[in-house]
Design a protein around this ligand. Structure first.
Ligand SMILES: [Zn+2]
Length: 77
């Protein structure tokens, strides 16, 4: 039986999740729904070359809003 007395740790109640100590690596927001992704940079085309897309090998953990706003690719595994 779990007992929440005066000595129970505060601040985590209502925040259930194995990744509670993990924050989004893009905006730093601690949140649920984090996903490992590769950041993608998109350089706009110019008169001299076509659009260039660069995918970083580094894996970052992003929240839902960041994955909505910024280009990325889900990290495999
Ligand atoms: Zn974020």
């Amino acid at each position: 039986m779990l007992q929440l007395g005066p000595d129970a740790p505060r601040g985590r109640l209502g925040s259930v999740g194995a990744m509670a100590d993990t924050a989004c690596e893009s905006c730093g927001d601690p949140t649920d729904g984090l996903l490992a992704v590769h950041r993608i940079y998109i350089e706009a085309a110019t008169s001299e070359r076509e659009e260039r897309i660069t995918r970083l090998d580094e894996v970052e953990v992003w929240c839902v809003p960041c994955r909505t706003i910024y280009p990325h690719q889900p990290a495999a595994g």
